[in-house]
Design a protein around this ligand. Structure first.
Ligand code: PMV
Length: 365
């Protein structure tokens, strides 16, 4: 597939209005994407667990109009929200070439999240994938050939992921579950820089219902946005090695997912998280997104693992919050550990229990 293949050539302009609704989850990367080229093309491939409970629910109502400009209103949790408009305006500008009907309709976009608004959890992955899916459902409504074949379902998901990527890179990994790869990599046939693809390899039962408890260490606004962070990988002294390492880690993870080797899994996942933050600390200018409590939690996890033989591990996003990952069979033991020893390091003791999920869902067509 090339970007050209995603250009909608004709559509039925007689359709006056309609409503579509999707719910789409967040995702957590195991091998991290950090560094991008123009048009949100990743410098290295990444793989993520799709989450289940942390989701955005988005309803889009479209009404035919005359004007030649984009026209839309955004409502967040029931209230008109002007702050989201510039991001959506940019998104529409980036995807217009692939969706020629965007200026022919007024869009009422109503959105809400299942996780608290100021939790420090990035809503861009779930938010951008949800809106991309709504636009794809509209494209399907306006489409001249209506088909539900497997081929057209693949096209639907690929284009939804392609559009979501143009909204926010990692959002392209939120369309499907349970594991999604984004970025071309030799070990994965069909992998692409343009969109995320479902991991097709063997997955050992150890990874079934894998748990992710998100410890909310810092709910505030990040000092450095991901957009700025990605840019700092240009001319970064360790960039080349880092991009090669991500390819290698992805290939290793493929075997680990098949064998169920949790010790090897922990090593790669934690190393990826710390490498991501090491890239931030060694860029120019340098910055630190971890907080003292992030390190307290990491040390507690390491001690707990030593004492109990548990396979619990951590990963980090571009922020201070900690994702605690563990197999379903350790759920009771690790939750008790989180409540007794880790919750004290969370802002107001807050954490969110989630687990690996199967991807976005259509609610209304
Ligand atoms: O999708 P962005 O531009 O917000 O970048 C996200 C990057 C990380 O979350 C740090 C890593 C990843 O692969 O999700």
């Amino acid at each position: 597939m090339t970007a050209q293949d995603f250009i909608l050539k004709t559509y039925n302009s007689n359709i006056q209005n309609g409503t579509v609704k999707w719910t789409s989850p967040s995702n957590i990367a195991l091998v991290k994407y950090w560094g991008k080229k123009e048009h949100q093309i990743p410098e290295n491939p990444s793989i993520s667990f799709t989450l289940s409970n942390c989701k955005t629910i988005t309803e889009v109502t479209y009404t035919k109009k005359e004007s030649k400009d984009f026209s839309f209103d955004v409502y967040f949790e029931g209230e008109k929200n002007a702050a989201f408009k510039p991001k959506i305006q940019t998104f529409f500008e980036r995807i217009e070439a692939y969706m020629p009907f965007l200026k022919a309709y007024h869009f009422k976009i109503e959105t809400s999240n299942t996780f608290p608004h100021s939790s420090g959890i990035a809503s861009s992955a779930s938010g951008m994938s949800a809106i991309a899916l709504c636009l794809m459902s509209i494209e399907k409504e306006l489409g001249v050939s209506q088909s539900d074949s497997e081929e057209s379902q693949d096209y639907f998901n690929q284009k939804a992921s392609f559009l979501a990527r143009l909204g926010s890179g990692s959002a392209c990994r939120s369309i499907e579950g349970e594991l999604v790869i984004w970025g071309k990599n030799e070990s994965f046939k069909g992998s692409s820089d343009l969109y995320g693809v479902k991991f097709q390899g063997e997955v050992h039962k150890n990874f079934k219902n894998y748990q992710d408890t998100i410890l909310l260490v810092d709910k505030g606004e990040k000092q450095v946005s991901s957009t700025v962070g990605h840019k700092l990988m240009f001319g970064h002294p360790f960039a080349k090695e880092r991009f090669t390492q991500a390819h290698d880690n992805l290939a290793k993870l493929k075997d680990i997912l098949a064998s169920g080797d949790l010790i090897a899994f922990v090593k790669i996942v934690e190393s990826e998280a710390l490498t991501l933050h090491a890239m931030m600390m060694t860029s120019t200018p340098y910055f630190i997104l971890m907080k003292p409590n992030t390190l307290e939690i990491i040390n507690k996890i390491w001690t707990f693992r030593e004492q109990t033989n548990s396979k619990v591990c951590f990963t980090l996003d571009a922020g201070a919050n900690v994702h605690v990952l563990y197999p379903d069979c350790e759920k009771e033991m690790v939750l008790e550990f989180i409540i007794n020893e880790l919750a004290q390091f969370c802002q107001n003791g807050h954490y969110i229990c989630d687990q690996i999920g199967s991807g976005a869902q259509l609610i209304k067509n």
